[in-house]
Design a protein. Structure first.
Length: 559
């Protein structure tokens, strides 16, 4: 195709289709496109607390069937004695977390992230784990392999502080079960200042008359509802669901529908790895130390309820012996540096889509710029300046080609008019002119081709990075992660795109000339739904491109 305008139009059109298709796939999982409606949560609170495969009345601790571990057969436990249980909620506060523990099983029932508000300007913190009529999301642990303490077993709270005091760096919360099946389970939670990772020590005491070999399980249970999209058309939705990681198979996201259909292939038993529950900006994860054998499992545990977890077999505990296993429960924002420091591969819960290879270095660069400038909006502007500088000569060559095209455009117009009835001769003559003038009609496409993958990668950086959530820029832009509330940036971007079109050579064909003006308007409509930070990137890029193209046109006498 010899006409540069036609090529650019096709590039823009194809890019639009790819981006729309990608978002449709990610957001909907091959389902409805517009305004997906979350399913109603039909499970009760007791169903959320029930281990895999067990259902009983609330006042009766249930049987503790083993969750299916890596495809291994389940080991049924014995029925625990019926007893009236009074459940209590214990709230513990640090400087960054408000954690609610449940005395039934000593489980983590609710977590509030105190440094993140649920909405812009709101006073309520983001709630991650919770248990109510609309959301079921719990972290549970216990013992299986016998009539042992589980996450349904009543546990006593050992007295201790419930608030991290000034000058105090950590506090401990301890729950202890009664003797059950010859074992006593003690859970010691350690919460630290400024830390979203909670240390969890499980102390297992053999109080019986024989040696026993229990297994420790750690699981996260969540309903299968998608999170509501924060923008029209689902442009701000990322993966929601379980994930597993081990050194052999690496990171693997798991769809709720695959658990439902029994199609999940969990990693083989390993001595490393973690399980996680992922959503936009935030995540939770159970992490066991290295060299502790673990079996991975996923399972549907109730109506619209799904579990992901690990089982750690223990060597036999002799009479009176105490065994301790340390784990970490993370519940917080997807901050890359924090996640990397906790466990290998944990940073992968931050979903960069299919251009991770470009998105990660882009995030690293914009993060460095933010550390210098102190504002994420100006960091985006600085990122564009650096990228333009890096590709300056490449862009200059492309813009020079476009300027030469504009200079010879009258000759091409005359040629097309004169030889309109002889298309073959017309093409030959046009190629001769391009060769004489040393013009590449496709040369102007290069900047766009280069920008497309960078643009998509930055889209995922802005979409996935919690740092951009509710991050202000200037004046009316108070949140770079959502669309401009007054559509000022998209309008400016549209104007800059039209100005770029005016600077380009006019297609000789009237229909192409009209399309050349219509397509930027159609393309710009998408930007009204993109995050403000992404529009800021494209607008800045347009302004710098216009300046460079105008200077080149002026130098070549075609301005």
């Amino acid at each position: 195709m010899n006409d540069i305008r036609r090529t650019i139009l096709w590039v823009i059109f194809c890019f639009s289709l790819i981006l729309l298709w990608d978002q449709w796939q990610v957001h909907n999982g091959r389902k409805a496109t517009f305004f997906p409606r979350a399913e109603d949560v039909t499970a009760t609170a007791n169903a959320a607390a029930t281990p895999a495969g067990a259902t009983t009345p609330a006042t009766v601790p249930p049987s503790t069937d083993t969750p299916a571990a890596g495809g291994a057969a389940s080991v049924p436990g014995q029925q625990q004695p019926a007893a009236e249980v009074r459940r209590e909620q214990v709230e513990v506060n640090t400087d960054v977390l408000r954690v609610t523990f449940d005395t039934e099983g000593g489980s983590v029932a609710r977590t509030a992230l105190l440094h993140y508000s649920d909405q812009l300007g709101g006073s309520e913190p983001v709630v991650l784990l919770d248990e109510n009529a609309h959301r079921v999301y719990q972290a549970q642990t216990g013992l299986i392999g016998g009539n042992f303490p589980t996450h349904k077993t009543p546990m006593a709270l050992v007295a201790g502080p419930h608030t991290l005091a000034e000058g105090q760096n950590e506090l401990k919360v301890t729950f202890e079960s009664a003797d059950l099946g010859g074992l006593k389970l003690r859970k010691i939670y350690t919460l630290r200042r400024g830390d979203y990772a909670i240390g969890v020590r499980h102390e297992i005491v053999n109080t019986g008359s024989t040696a026993v070999s229990p297994q420790l399980y750690l699981q996260i249970v969540r309903d299968g509802n998608a999170l509501p999209s924060t923008t029209p058309f689902g442009f701000a939705a990322t993966f929601t669901g379980p994930a597993v990681y081990d050194a052999e198979t690496k990171f693997k996201k798991i769809e709720f529908k695959d658990i439902e259909a029994g199609k999940v292939q969990t990693p083989a038993p390993a001595n490393d790895g973690f399980v996680a529950m992922v959503q936009h900006y935030f995540a939770s994860a159970w992490i066991l130390g290295d060299n502790v054998r673990r079996d991975f499992f996923t399972r549907k545990v109730g109506t619209n309820l799904y579990a992901v977890g690990m089982i750690a077999p223990l060597d036999a505990l002799q009479l009176g012996e105490t065994r301790a296993i340390d784990a970490t429960f993370f519940t917080g924002p997807q901050l890359e540096k924090t996640l990397e420091s906790l466990a290998p591969g944990l940073e992968l819960v931050k979903d960069y889509g299919w251009l991770t290879i470009l998105a990660k270095p882009l995030y690293w660069l914009v993060d460095k710029l933010h550390s210098i400038l102190g504002n994420w909006g100006w960091a985006i502007v600085a990122l564009v300046v650096l990228l333009k500088a890096a590709f300056f000569w490449l862009n200059a060559k492309a813009y020079s080609s476009m300027a030469k095209m504009k200079a010879i455009n009258p000759r091409v117009q005359e040629l097309r008019e004169r030889l309109k009835d002889k298309p073959q001769q017309m093409q030959q003559e046009m190629m001769r002119i391009y060769k004489e003038e040393k013009v590449n009609p496709l040369g102007g496409c290069l900047p766009i081709v280069i920008q497309i993958p960078v643009f998509i990668a930055l889209y995922w950086v802005l979409l996935s990075s919690v740092e951009f959530r509710q991050a202000p820029w200037i004046l009316w832009i108070h949140d770079l992660s959502v669309p401009d509330p007054f559509y000022i940036l998209p309008l400016l971007m549209t104007g800059s795109t039209l100005l770029q079109t005016w600077l380009n050579p006019t297609p000789p064909d009237p229909m192409q000339a009209r399309l050349m003006w219509i397509m930027p308007l159609v393309f710009s409509v998408m930007f009204f739904f993109f995050p403000a930070g992404l529009v800021l990137y494209w607008l800045t890029n347009n302004i710098l491109s216009i300046a460079q193209q105008w200077v080149i046109n002026k130098r070549l006498g075609v301005a």
